[in-house]
Unconditional design. Structure first.
Length: 645
């Protein structure tokens, strides 16, 4: 008896698990058909006189009950099957790469598939993330939409001849029967590549990294595994459809519609979840076996280089995360999106290697050919993935517009950093004006400084407010302007938690922080409504769309990069912005970009990274000594007005 080992053993295990999943599907079908079979037996027996008689009331009642029950079960089964078949599984948002725009990349993948003796992926796409995988896009519910959308972009490889045939005709063997097209193997999945890998990794590293991924196309095109995956994905999509269908209706008769929809979709969801629980373990084992078989098959291709490539994956992820959270997020929040994120990750990782004193090794590595050279127009692909990253991680619009425009790295300091500082300084100054109005006693004449309009936008005014004791009875609340009805839960929580006995609580910082939280939340909500963006809009499609976004459909479009900022953090950011504006206007400083830390202040050509602690001392403790010392060192004049937007 021959023992099967290596990738063949993993493939056999995967097929066995797939058959187990398909047996669950067959069992469910048999259960649905069982009442119908019983009804057929009773009707046939009655017609032939074998079971009861046509005048026997007992058997007649039984036949009617069984027949009606069978019809009800068949209708319910048909409804569940229709939802499972028609439900569109979520597709990962990607940027498709047409073969004519990246012939070298397609050739690299085909050569890799040939070395691994597996079918080549049907197409290649980019994702703005540090990951790579195979994705099946042949589900009947969205196959037609997918082909129509990606017309000319997805290069579907024709069946290749078997090695040794020497000809260009169709492949021979048991998997292809020329006279029976219905027996064709399923279409190969799409290869999705993380865009940071293309820009950071070298060509040889990318090939080694993709080897185990491409090796997975072998099991993926097996009919049993493909059918099992489609069944599981259909059930998962049906559960999502049932959950959405059971939500309250907003139609003309919401109560009546809900009375019908909720039980119906509840039943569909219950059946789909029951089937998912039944095949969950088998499906998980099938995927593990597929991954094991692919990894085993890829052992013979660039194994040593793959270890180096895996090290680069961790480094790329670290640099990509810093670039998104520190550099891209500030731009996204103000309606701008960096159009060269993938090129930026190279600069970020180069800076990271320099700070970690790894520049020597990386210098020699960067002299090799980068994988992005496999693209004909890397700049165009970089811009497309950068816009998709903004859509996924921030929820921005699908297309550029007046309030959602790209920005190059060269213009980032002036158009993002300086503008961000000016906007935050203006917001802080506006809130100080509102607080001054709230502090004026009822019926009292306005102060001379307030008679001519809002107070001057100076850093000295901010420092004085944060170090002065709050006015009002017993140092209490400033009233509705700072923590009342507008503040809601956020204002109360912020003010309550920060209203201790430290120096900051004796100043106006807690109430100003609470008011700032409310103001920022209001502005972000207004921007969300204006652009129709965010989670709720993205789940149904882009604003103004009629039928959903073809590549976001079924996929939540926003993944917050950072948790919501507290009032103290917002106040510290706004005070820092005011200090930076004063430094630019009165001390000759300049806005700049740090690839790892984002917006930065440069004085005399050097980045000043020592501003955070003095600002925190002012905001948290009400101590302006460290900040005034820093201002004196840099030469900032806090009494001078700053320019606002």
């Amino acid at each position: 008896m021959r023992t099967v080992a290596g990738p063949e053993a993993g493939a056999l295990e995967a097929r066995a698990r797939a058959l187990a999943v398909l047996r669950i599907r067959s069992t469910a079908l048999a259960v649905a058909l069982l009442p119908a079979a019983a009804a057929v037996v009773l009707l046939a027996g009655s017609a032939t006189g074998s079971i009861g008689g046509s005048q026997d009331e007992g058997w007649t009642a039984l036949r009617w009950v069984v027949t009606v029950g069978a019809l009800v079960v068949l209708l319910l089964a048909a409804a569940v099957a229709a939802v499972v078949v028609r439900a569109r599984p979520a597709l990962t948002p990607t940027v498709p790469i047409a073969e004519e725009t990246a012939p070298d990349l397609y050739q690299l993948v085909r050569d890799l598939a040939e070395r691994l003796e597996v079918p080549a992926p049907s197409a290649i796409a980019l994702t703005p993330d540090c990951d790579s995988w195979l994705e099946d896009r042949t589900h009947p519910a969205h196959a037609h939409r997918q082909e129509r959308r990606d017309r000319g972009a997805l290069a579907v490889e024709e069946p290749r001849p078997v090695r040794g045939t020497g000809g260009s005709g169709p492949a021979a063997g048991p998997d292809r029967v020329a006279d029976r097209p219905e027996r064709r193997a399923p279409r190969a999945p799409v290869l999705v590549i993380g865009s940071p890998f293309l820009w950071w990794m070298r060509v040889a590293e990318l090939r080694a990294l993709l080897a185990p991924v491409v090796a997975g196309t072998g099991p993926s095109v097996h009919p049993d595994i493909a059918s099992a995956r489609r069944f599981v994905r259909g059930l998962d999509a049906a559960v999502a459809v049932a959950a959405r269908g059971g939500e309250p209706s907003s139609g003309p008769a919401p109560a009546l519609v809900a009375a019908v929809r909720r039980p119906a979709f509840g039943f569909v969801g219950w059946v789909a979840r029951l089937l998912l629980r039944g095949c969950r373990d088998q499906a998980a084992e099938m995927e593990r076996a597929v991954a094991a078989a692919a990894s085993e098959r890829a052992q013979t291709v660039d194994y040593g280089l793959r270890i180096v490539a895996q090290e680069q994956v961790g480094l790329a992820y670290a640099g990509w995360d810093r670039l998104l959270t520190r550099v891209a997020l500030p731009a996204w929040r103000m309606g701008r999106w960096p159009s060269r994120l993938d090129a930026g990750v190279v600069s970020a990782l180069t800076e990271l290697s320099r700070r970690d004193r790894l520049a020597e090794g990386f210098t020699s590595r960067l002299s090799e050919r980068p994988a992005c050279d496999l693209l004909e127009e890397p700049g165009v692909m970089d811009e497309a993935t950068s816009l998709l990253a903004a859509r996924l991680f921030h929820g921005g619009p699908a297309e550029p517009g007046p309030d959602w425009s790209p920005v190059d790295w060269g213009a980032y300091p002036e158009e993002v950093v300086d503008r961000k500082w000016r906007q935050e300084a203006a917001r802080l100054n506006r809130l100080l004006d509102e607080r001054d109005d709230a502090h004026e006693p009822v019926g009292a004449a306005p102060a001379p400084a307030r008679a001519s309009g809002p107070g001057p936008a100076t850093l000295a005014r901010v420092i004085d407010r944060l170090t002065a004791a709050p006015t009002g009875p017993a140092g209490g609340s400033d009233g509705g302007a700072d923590g009342g009805s507008e503040g809601g839960a956020d204002g109360g929580a912020d003010g309550g938690s920060e209203g201790g006995t430290d120096g900051g609580s004796r100043s106006g910082a807690p109430r100003l922080a609470a008011r700032l939280s409310v103001e920022v939340a209001r502005e972000e909500a207004a921007a969300t409504r204006a652009h129709g963006q965010g989670r709720a809009a993205g789940a149904e499609g882009p604003a103004g769309g009629s039928g959903g976004d073809p590549w976001i459909d079924g996929f939540a479009p926003a993944f917050p990069l950072q948790p919501p900022r507290t009032g103290r953090e917002l106040l510290a950011d706004h005070v820092t912005a005011m200090v930076c504006c004063a430094a630019v206007d009165t001390a000759g400083a300049a806005p700049g970009l740090d690839w790892l830390d984002g917006p930065a202040l440069f004085v005399g050509g050097r980045r000043r990274a020592d501003l955070a602690q003095p600002v925190l001392s002012l905001v948290e403790d009400g101590d302006d000594g460290p900040l005034r010392a820093w201002l004196g060192e840099v030469g900032v004049r806090p009494e001078k007005p700053v320019r606002l937007v």
